[in-house]
Design a protein around this ligand. Structure first.
Ligand code: PMP
Length: 432
């Protein structure tokens, strides 16, 4: 069949009439005609264009940690844009906000004496971390160390690297090879012996880094098994493999510490972040880099190499100004310690839910992050749709799981009501 034949084979009459905007990660026939269009928000609530008010129990895509439509963040963006929308940070140019944010993030970083690379989001950050890991070993004269290990069920965004190291197979498949970047491999998400076997099979002399979400998000809200992260760190150290913690979800308070590395006592070589750094008010992400990686690029000598990476919006001044204002709010309003209280409320409510509902086979909580796994009689997508009808947002994830990750500004009562609404959705679905 030629390309033209293939084109003609599409039955034009059956192609949906739909908005021009192609939705992300969407089965379009299931979405067209029933989109939830959000046009305004207040704190933990969003409003659809047809007037429905929804409790945003997922904080969007785990991003709106300080709540939506915060006037201080709007003001920070407005004031910065009036002064300077941005100036790039290539070569000898920079801007004051990017520099200020760099200092602020280095001070918060779980890595001592960290340097900070800024860009536009989590997928970007993963690309940078993986490239820098490979570049590091080239620079160290060990160019065979190229393979990036990642865990089954992992989600690291969907740029070329994130696609290639995806632990959710459906995100990796369909591009003509199993992955876009060939030098990748998956390891077990909970079994350290299997991780060690994989390292030995591939050979540590071929492995650049291992990337891990401290608490897996999209893969089903999977907190680390006791000892797993420590064990991963030990394996990485013993085999001279860099440890990258992907803190795109967990960074900036979600687990009750500024970074999950601090909660779990891990010292990574690289940390990726995004979402919570601005609470989603501006597209910003980045990477915290340990001295062993950045020092060779800072040696005062003509032959010192350049890390050839960057983008127009790296260090975007307005995004940085918004991040600084967001960090002010997090600190001033005590939202990170508040997460530790919310974690207890969420755990209590989810444990009680599991006791009451036979259809709930497991609940998992780490910080203000929860997952509810349902038995096979229920379909999590349907329960999530029903929850929307009841006025709350939850999201279906791998493993027949529902995601709970509200903004940090909610009351205890709102957590109780949220879980009650999900319970009602479960009961109604089970009774159909
Ligand atoms: N890493 C993790 C752990 C994530 O959860 C996400 C996004 N959900 C990403 C990376 C990608 O971030 P972004 O969507 O900002 O590119």
């Amino acid at each position: 069949m030629t390309l033209t034949d293939a084109h003609a084979a599409t039955d034009a009459a059956r192609v949906l009439d739909a908005p021009a905007l192609w939705s992300a990660q969407a089965h379009m026939p299931s979405v067209v005609g029933r989109q939830l269009v959000i046009d305004r928000a207040e704190g933990s609530y969003v409003f659809t264009t047809d007037g429905q008010r929804l409790f945003d129990g997922t904080a969007g895509l785990w991003h709106a940690n300080v709540g939506h439509a915060h006037p201080e963040l709007a003001r920070a963006a407005f004031e910065q844009m009036q002064r300077l929308e941005t100036y790039h940070v290539f070569a000898r140019y920079s801007n004051d906000k990017a520099l200020e944010l760099g200092e602020r993030l280095a001070a918060l970083s779980p890595i001592e004496r960290a340097k900070v690379i800024l860009n536009s989001g989590g997928s970007d950050a993963i690309d940078v971390a993986c490239k820098l890991a490979r570049r590091h070993w080239q620079q160290q004269g060990r160019p065979t160390k190229q393979v990036i290990l990642s865990r089954e069920h992992a989600y690291h965004g969907l740029h070329a690297y994130g696609t290639s190291i995806a632990g959710l197979p459906f995100n990796r498949e369909g591009y003509g090879t199993e992955s876009l970047v060939p030098e990748t491999a998956r390891v077990s998400f909970d079994d350290l012996a299997q991780v060690e076997e994989t390292i030995e099979r591939i050979g540590a002399d071929r492995i650049a880094a291992i990337v891990a979400e401290p608490v897996q998000g999209t893969g089903g809200v999977n907190p680390p098994a006791p000892g797993y992260l420590e064990g991963l760190q030990r394996l990485a150290r013993d085999h001279d493999i860099l440890l990258v913690l992907d803190e795109v979800i967990t960074g900036f308070g979600r687990t009750g510490e500024m970074f999950a590395a601090q909660r779990y006592g891990i010292e990574p070589d690289l940390v990726t972040f995004a979402k919570g750094v601005t609470s989603g008010y501006a597209p910003l992400g980045g990477v915290l880099v340990a001295p062993r990686l950045w020092e060779p690029f800072y040696v005062d000598a003509p032959e010192t190499p350049v890390f050839r990476h960057g983008a127009t919006y790296a260090g975007h001044a307005t995004a940085a100004a918004v991040a600084l204002a967001n960090l002010d709010i997090l600190e001033r309003d005590g939202l990170v310690p508040r997460v530790r209280e919310l974690e207890e409320v969420l755990r209590r409510e989810l444990d009680a839910l599991r006791e009451r509902q036979e259809a709930v086979v497991d609940v998992r909580v780490a910080g203000f992050l929860g997952g509810i796994s349902l038995d096979e009689r229920l379909v999590n997508e349907r329960v999530a749709d029903r929850a929307v009808d009841l006025g709350v947002i939850t999201r279906p994830l791998r493993g027949n799981t529902l995601q709970l990750s509200p903004p940090f500004i909610v009351s205890d009562r709102e957590v109780v009501d949220y879980v009650a609404a999900i319970e009602q959705a479960i009961v109604e679905e089970a009774g159909r």
